[in-house]
Design a protein around this ligand. Structure first.
Ligand SMILES: [Zn+2]
Length: 464
């Protein structure tokens, strides 16, 4: 099948220019001005629109169970993703107690195959710590899952790693070409704060944020970076939410540590005042929303290249799930929907808001996640030979955000009612239109597992 996307303005991580793209057999076959459509080619007119590489959301939770509530499944998550211009997600394979990483990965693939509109890759969560861990890390790297998630919190759900375990994992991953991603918060301070707040009956969504002050993140990031430095291993810090963490990362980069960092739209755009409203629970997530000073620190971190990736930490529950135990934050399922709003929010507030250039948007949403997580050059760019994962974006389209237009699982969005200008109109995965002119036209059987051979290819700070 051949498709020609004509008349659009292509935006890459380096530049932008007017050109047509010819797609053959799922890949980009030619890029150039005034291409003649070959016989039988379907032509899509992208005049007045931007043509971007498909977005890679490298931090997405699917079917995550919390307190009896289950977040959005593969089908609804990838549908919302496709409407939002996301063509690949990376999600987690988290083993149950006693389960091997390889078993958890296979189980997750079975769950996903046939239920994904877009492609998916997996991060393996390091949670069952025993003496097989190092061998399992090597086995997973060979199986196309070279990135690993570790947590410094959540002992009660069995997710937390000790310093010793994390250090061992960093050594093993560093030696064998894997990448450890760490959720950094200091659990002991959080537990102490929760105990004290509970004694005073303070269990509102705003109190949840009070239990996890910014120091909790900055301290944990510092400890993890010191361990990675000593282990000689690259490390990736997920969902950075504070200015402190950005400063610590800056220092580590100065020392020569290979550290990558991610932040999320909700930390850039929403602040802690949201938690004080009657629907504060719908904004409850970990780490919590911060004040505006931290937002400034995160935007600066992005601008300086200290934060290379914007991903969503998508974890989509319904309003009823979030509201059920709103008066006790210990029982609120944590997490926010986000996969469908990543690109339009970062366009509207990031690019149009003067925080970032167009090419930096593509860099932070497409190219850097592809490079860091080993999808590049197959994905994350517009180049001959790459997968035809492409988004047509209308920069002038005014849209009021509602759950209906996001086509996800939830009946609420943290951005409900927000008016933005610019929205993805068509999304292609490997040459197949999944969304065309804002209508779902693709199949949930199209998406397939992305086997990754390596991580951290062509990484590093890019001058902007
Ligand atoms: Zn997460």
């Amino acid at each position: 099948m051949k498709t020609l996307i004509s008349g659009g303005r292509l935006v890459t991580e380096i530049d932008s220019y007017n050109a047509d793209i010819l797609i053959e057999d799922g890949r980009i076959a030619r890029i150039g001005a005034g291409l003649t459509p070959p016989d039988g080619a379907l032509v899509t007119d992208a005049s007045g629109k931007l043509v971007l590489p498909g977005v890679i959301d490298s931090h997405v939770h699917v079917s995550l169970e919390q307190g009896g509530h289950v977040s959005s499944d593969f089908r609804s998550t990838t549908r919302a993703a496709a409407f939002g211009g996301v063509t690949s997600i990376l999600t987690y394979a988290t083993p149950r107690k006693g389960q091997l990483l390889s078993e958890a990965v296979e189980e997750r693939k079975v769950q996903a195959e046939g239920n994904c509109y877009i492609d998916f890759g997996l991060h393996a969560a390091l949670v069952n710590w025993d003496d097989r861990q190092d061998d399992e890390i090597v086995e997973m790297i060979e199986a196309g899952v070279p990135s690993f998630k570790a947590y410094t919190v959540y002992s009660s759900s069995g997710l937390r790693s000790t310093e010793e375990q994390l250090y061992g994992a960093l050594l093993a991953a560093g030696q064998h070409g894997g990448l450890i991603e760490v959720h950094c918060e200091n659990e002991w301070i959080i537990e102490r704060n929760i105990r004290h707040l509970a004694e005073k009956g303070r269990l509102s969504p705003a109190d949840h944020a009070a239990s996890r002050p910014s120091y909790v993140e900055g301290e944990a990031v510092g400890a993890v970076l010191r361990a990675a430095y000593d282990a000689g291993a690259p490390v990736y810090i997920v969902h950075v939410s504070t200015a402190e963490a950005v400063e610590v990362i800056d220092d580590a980069l100065e020392l020569g540590l290979e550290v990558y960092a991610e932040t999320c739209p909700h930390f850039l755009l929403l602040d802690e005042r949201k938690l004080e409203g009657s629907d504060g629970q719908r904004y409850a997530t970990c780490p919590p929303l911060r004040d505006q000073e931290h937002q400034g620190g995160l935007w600066d971190g992005l601008d300086d290249g200290l934060i290379q990736v914007i991903a969503t930490d998508h974890c989509e529950f319904t309003a009823a799930d979030k509201d059920e135990d709103a008066s006790d934050f210990r029982r609120i399922p944590m997490g926010l929907p986000g996969v469908g709003t990543l690109l339009p929010l970062m366009w509207h507030f990031g690019v149009s808001g003067g925080h970032m250039k167009e090419r930096d948007l593509v860099d932070r949403l497409c190219t850097q996640p592809a490079e860091i997580f080993g999808l590049y050059p197959r994905k994350g760019n517009l180049a001959v030979g790459s997968d035809a994962d492409i988004v047509i974006f209308d920069p002038e389209l005014p849209v009021t955000i509602t759950p209906e237009i996001l086509h996800g699982h939830s009946d609420y969005s943290p951005y409900d009612g927000l008016e933005v200008t610019g929205w993805p109109v068509s999304t292609m995965v490997r040459g197949n239109w999944i969304v065309k002119d804002r209508e779902l036209v693709g199949s949930h059987e199209l998406g397939s597992f992305i086997r990754r051979e390596h991580v951290c290819q062509k990484p590093g700070r890019r001058e902007t």
